[in-house]
Design a protein around this ligand. Structure first.
Ligand SMILES: [Zn+2]
Length: 146
């Protein structure tokens, strides 16, 4: 599944029981306030480092979403990405931030393409049921990675 990362081989995925919240109380409060991090957060990307919640570790849509963020980091560099990302969240809100919209759109397309490819090759091994289920949850409960 290629969603545009130039160096996908550099990506490291760490599965954790819960995505850690910032230790600083004010930062934690701000992260929650803008919808960036909460108890339902499934994943988080920092450069080539991707942290996913254990129960989301096989969620292809979430992994694709985080991979798009890797590509965004590559495109802009860490500082510029983070500056722009924070401005987008502040200006548009988390769900409507252009980086988030791009990550969702490309992740959904990648899962759809993968499903179609598996149907064409009649291989039932590769599919995106986890992603589809997660998307349903995400639209209901706003559970997404960032
Ligand atoms: Zn995201």
């Amino acid at each position: 599944m290629n969603v545009g990362a130039v160096h996908p081989e550099e990506v490291r995925v760490l599965s954790v029981p819960r995505i850690p919240l910032p230790a600083h109380p004010r930062v934690k409060q701000l992260a929650r306030q803008v919808g960036l991090l909460n108890a339902d957060t499934g994943g988080l990307t920092a450069g080539y480092g991707v942290i996913v919640r254990l129960d989301c570790a096989k969620n292809l849509r979430l992994l694709a979403h985080e991979s798009v963020h890797v590509a965004q980091y590559e495109r802009l560099g860490r500082e510029r990405f983070l500056q722009e990302y924070i401005q987008q969240i502040a200006g548009h809100g988390y769900l409507n931030a252009p980086f988030e919209q791009e990550a969702e759109a490309k992740a959904i397309k990648a899962c759809r393409d993968l499903s179609l490819a598996s149907i064409r090759s009649e291989s039932p091994k590769i599919h995106c049921n986890e992603g589809a289920r997660f998307m349903t949850m995400a639209s209901k409960n706003d559970k997404r990675g960032w």
